[in-house]
Design a protein around this ligand. Structure first.
Ligand code: GUN
Length: 279
């Protein structure tokens, strides 16, 4: 039976450390989250981020725009936030409605306030090996979780299923920097199981229940980034947990694995940007 990678326990430890760190300062970070429209999943994520930030003594402001807001309005707000010395971190919740060009919006965020690490400057630095201001939250959370359980990364074959800018692509870079051999697969990869079966570490970030035990090598590490509600409104990931738990050596559950780590790393990034700006 696999050992559980407990993201909640590690999140709580990290948040305690961040809270204590912030008590050293007179000023507080201010994280501004821009939310467009009323995507229910985005709303839940944003509320979670706000609640967690407030527990740590981080000022958290959510600006909610209607789904038909125009790009100019968003760009003008980002410009204002970039120039506001009191604002230390800016996050635009994704996805954005289709009439908005997400690249125009992300590109407008000051790289020094880009708490997701998604701007071309930060993403480009990650790609070339120069240190970005911060690393994207979900990949950083995954690596922190692996490190907590002393799981070896160097020399291991990591197979990432998913090629998003939020998870798959930045995680591949970060694992390469840790000397893993990395394969990126996605929804159109033929014979996916043949590839995942060769993995020492499998990270699934596609959405939908696709990873069963016939796709896993005995003793591999399984990290599940997927999250959706099944037909019985139960929160599930990409991995068939009951099957995988009997094959893997370690497995991250959904909920309680990568999700809490993403929030913890968002808070860590917020604190780090604040320290770089103010100290
Ligand atoms: N939507 C899903 N995950 C994320 C994330 O990490 N950052 C942002 N900005 N939007 C998201």
């Amino acid at each position: 039976m696999a050992e559980i990678l407990d993201g909640k326990k590690l999140r709580d430890k990290i948040l305690e450390e961040l809270k204590a760190r912030l008590e050293n300062y007179d000023k507080k970070p201010t994280l501004v989250v821009i939310l467009v429209g009323d995507n229910p999943a985005s709303r839940i994520y944003v509320n979670n981020k706000k609640k967690t930030a407030e527990k740590l003594g981080i000022n958290s402001i959510v600006i909610n725009y209607p789904s038909d807001v125009d790009e100019q309005t968003l760009l003008a707000k980002i410009e204002e936030l970039n120039n506001d010395k009191n604002v230390t971190a800016i996050l635009v919740q994704l996805p954005l409605p289709p009439h908005i060009n997400k690249f125009n919006i992300i590109n407008a965020i000051s790289p020094k306030k880009d708490v997701d690490g998604f701007t071309p400057e930060n993403a480009g630095k990650l790609f070339t090996g120069e240190k970005p201001y911060v690393y994207p939250c979900t990949p950083r959370g995954i690596i922190r979780l692996l490190d907590e359980y002393k799981i070896q990364i160097e020399g291991q074959h990591a197979v990432i299923v998913g090629r998003s800018n939020i998870v798959g692509k930045p995680l591949a870079q970060m694992l390469l920097q840790r000397n893993a051999t990395v394969t990126i697969c996605h929804s159109r990869t033929p014979n996916l199981a043949d590839i995942t079966k060769t993995a020492d570490i499998v990270v699934s970030a596609v959405g939908g229940k696709i990873i069963g035990k016939n796709m896993l090598k005995s003793g591999c590490v399984v990290v599940d980034v997927g999250i959706f509600k099944d037909e019985n409104s139960k929160t599930r990931g990409d991995v068939d947990f009951d099957e995988a738990v009997s094959v893997a050596s370690y497995i991250s559950p959904v909920p309680g694995g990568v999700g809490p780590m993403t929030i913890a790393m968002l808070m860590a990034n917020t604190v780090e940007l604040f320290e770089k700006a103010c100290l």
